[in-house]
Design a protein around this ligand. Sequence first.
Ligand code: ZN
Length: 241
Amino acid sequence: MAIKVTVWHEFRHEKTHERVLEIYPGGMHACIRDFLSDCEDMEVHIVTLDDPDQGLPDSVLNDTDVLLWWGHMAHSEVKDELVERVKNRVYNDGMGFLPIHSAHHSKPFRAILGTTGNLAWGRDQKAIVWNLNPTHPIAAGIPQHFELFEELYAEPFFIPKPDDLIFGTWYEDGNILRGGCTFTRGLGKIFYFHPGHEFCESLHNPYVQQIIKNAIRWAAPTKIGEGMENKCIHQTEAIVR
Ligand code: ZN
């Protein structure tokens, strides 16, 4: 069965900055959908903040295996009720969650990880993404390092200790970032990945694309065995032999 992927995009910068639309004709969400189109094991759907129900009515959210999230200038417009539904899908149903770039400040990121997501930032510059965990499925096929031109996102990055640190990024200003890391919350798997500034071309980079593909497959819900569902706190029956 195909992995049902929903790409949620704020889709505002493209409407106000021509340069962003030059880099990402149709929007960043369209770019992601297009590079995922060769993945026969995925069914990809794009939605935006300005769609009805902010793009995620129950009929879409409850039919999503992995949710990608890109937001920046309109984080505050996302309704708390939607954030609760997204968090619930991750914690209780095992929906994968992939916050990209400035989604580190999005409401779902903060609610799911229980953190501010604050980090240091600065000018766009040369960045080298180092592969710190080559045996992890998200790093499959990714070389020791690759170069990007990205917005500086740097430590201190206020996140809980990651389960796994997959990528570490160095910037020419000398800063570093835990730029690709995984978390588990309830039944859900989360991968944060920092590239994807609207004025940079990172989403066209083949390694960034491969990492996102790998991460979708990794974050897809695991088939949960009997008794392991997490719908409510229930009293266990004694097992007597
Ligand atoms: Zn940015």
